[in-house]
Design a protein around this ligand. Structure first.
Ligand code: 1GP
Length: 251
């Protein structure tokens, strides 16, 4: 299968310095309101849409992905699954996550094995991702659901060792995750320790609420900055451009 979406990601980093990733959670955005955020996001330079959430209380997952894809134009739509139930043929690709910061086999390999035949049958491009939970002040849903311990936030060396292991194992990306709505985002020191050493793209997300903080992650070396929660509040849609400018600092 072609790696078109992954190549796309690499091109974004090359041309814009870093990419602005908007996470859409099907449980927090109504189907009929998708265009209210997707259209302005495309217009204001969002580079990638991620779709996913910890749980799936909304039964319209397929419809949700289809609708985002229909409105996203040239912007890639990538699944960011909280579980094996979040797979859809309408997406361009799936972030094939393994929670490498933890030692829980269910989230390291079990669910990946369960999902593999489905991803194969649907011929979705899989972008392997070493997903690392980083301690962020209080327990997050990702930590609770994955039943795994996050990396201590004052241990950048530990994060680096995990990221290197991911790279050596052939993962195409790593994701430094503070968790959705995190009190504290991933420390810049950790972002730098990882991104200055490994050569695969580094995604950073969780608890990033201002363009200034987003810019700091880019300065620290993030290839992609993921924002979710902040844009679940409609009055924040007007800040899409500010975030875009902050993240595309180097372009
Ligand atoms: C969550 O990293 C993403 O998986 C985004 O986090 O919702 O806190 O922006 P926020």
């Amino acid at each position: 299968m072609k790696n078109q979406t992954y190549q796309n990601l690499q091109n974004i980093v090359k041309s814009r310095g870093a990419g602005f990733v908007l996470l859409l959670d099907p449980d927090r955005l109504q189907l009929e309101n998708i265009d209210d955020i997707v259209f302005p996001a495309v217009e204001n330079g969002v580079d990638i849409f991620l779709i996913g959430g910890t749980l799936l209380l909304n039964r319209n997952f397929e419809d949700f992905v289809k609708k985002v894809k229909a409105s996203a134009g040239h912007v890639p739509v990538i699944l960011f699954p909280g579980s094996i139930f979040q797979v859809s043929r309408f997406a361009d690709a799936i972030l094939y996550l393994s929670v490498i910061s933890g030692r829980n086999p269910a989230y390291l390999i079990d669910n990946q094995v369960l999902a593999a035949p489905v991803v194969w049958q649907l011929q979705i491009e899989a972008i392997s991702c070493g997903y690392m939970l980083v301690e962020s002040g209080q327990m997050t849903s990702a930590e609770f659901m994955s039943n795994s311990r996050p990396i201590p936030r004052n241990k950048p060396d530990l994060a680096l060792a995990h990221a290197l292991a991911a790279q050596y194992l052939g993962f195409k990306t790593v994701y430094l995750e503070a968790g959705s709505g995190a009190q504290l985002s991933v420390p810049e020191e950790m972002v730098t320790a990882v991104s200055k050493t490994i050569s695969i793209p580094v995604m950073v997300g969780g608890g990033i609420r201002t363009p200034e903080i987003a810019a700091k992650k880019v300065d620290a070396g993030a290839s992609f900055v993921v924002i979710g929660n902040h844009f679940e509040d409609t009055k924040n849609y007007s800040k899409l451009q500010e975030f875009s400018e902050a993240i595309h600092l180097k372009s």
